[in-house]
Design a protein around this ligand. Structure first.
Ligand SMILES: Nc1ncnc2c1ncn2[C@@H]1O[C@H](COP(=O)(O)OP(=O)(O)OP(=O)(O)O)[C@@H](O)[C@H]1O
Length: 282
């Protein structure tokens, strides 16, 4: 198995008295779709930003992040070629950050800014090949029919799918998604998760942070759980039973991690990563 992401003994302090991440080690293989769960403040965003090279780790000599076999940062120092390495990692934010007054196609094309010469980006000069790629990306997330619409006319879920298309235009091998469904209604959340699952089926490595464990169980074979910056679980999502979650997080916090009522919870994910059908209220 080829390793896509390797995080070794990473700690991160924003304040000297509290670690946002504490000695985190984690390996994600190519082609995996892994969920990162945890309560608010557990360190999910920090870990994703560290993996994307958007944030430096503490300076401990053992701390290292390797992406696709190359060191992206070590001992709190970013690699010299971090910009090139970042191009292989698409990052999807909770807030989609589309430009409302621009068309969906132009928003999607923004994803190519890291790949094309700066002057072309500044002039908004995109070639037919760029546009073709953007349309293909929109097609992959089922949004090609909205290409000429202003971004402001789309629903939250549609905007998030366009944000995924924008990340795809970058031609990444890995997608990091930071709570991509946190602000969405269940139907939109399902479509966004379906889009990520489709990318994963095509071979993309996906690491997605989620507040709600139901989605982790339904969409990801493996879950990594963080609590107060520490990895408290790394294993099959199917083993994350309500009892296990109570043990990891305490009953009150664990009960807040479910999106769906208890009679609608599936604790099984098929071994071939086939997504379970969502219940009617999802
Ligand atoms: N830029 C920052 N400056 C100071 N503290 C920060 C910063 N970013 C994160 N933190 C702190 O680091 C800890 C982990 O935050 P992080 O955002 O990674 O958690 P999270 O699990 O993603 O939370 P949420 O689900 O609310 O997004 C928290 O205590 C947070 O307050």
């Amino acid at each position: 198995m080829t390793v896509a992401i390797n995080v070794t003994q990473v700690s991160k302090h924003f304040r000297s008295d509290k670690a946002a991440l504490s000695d985190v080690s984690l390996t994600v293989n190519k082609g995996e779709m892994v969920a990162l769960i945890g309560a608010s403040g557990s360190g999910k965003s920090t870990l994703l930003r560290v993996i994307a090279g958007l944030l430096k780790t503490d300076k401990a000599s053992s701390a290292k992040v390797d992406v696709l076999g190359k060191t992206l940062q070590a001992s709190g120092q970013l690699a010299k070629d971090v910009r090139q390495q970042r191009a292989q990692v698409g990052f999807i934010f909770q807030q989609f950050n589309l430009v409302n007054r621009l068309s969906v196609l132009l928003n999607t094309l923004m994803g190519s800014l890291g790949r094309i010469p700066k002057w072309r980006g500044l002039l908004g000069l995109f070639y037919t090949a760029d546009k073709h790629l953007a349309m293909q990306a929109l097609q992959r997330v089922g949004m090609e029919h909205t290409a000429t619409q202003r971004a402001s006319t789309l629903s939250g879920g549609q905007q998030q799918r366009v944000a995924i298309a924008r990340a795809l235009v970058q031609k990444p091998s890995i997608v990091l998604a930071d709570e991509p469904i946190a602000s969405l209604d269940p139907e939109s959340a399902r479509k966004v998760m379906d889009a990520l699952a489709d990318l994963n089926k095509e071979g993309m490595t996906v690491l997605v942070s989620l507040h709600q464990v139901d989605y982790a169980i339904r969409y990801c074979k493996r879950t990594v759980a963080l609590k107060d910056g520490v990895v408290v679980y790394d294993g099959p999502s199917s083993e994350l039973t309500p009892e296990k979650l109570d043990k990891l997080y305490g009953a009150t916090s664990a009960s807040e991690m479910y999106a769906f009522p208890s009679n609608d919870r599936s604790t099984s994910v098929s071994t071939d990563n086939t997504v379970q059908p969502l219940a009617a209220n999802a």
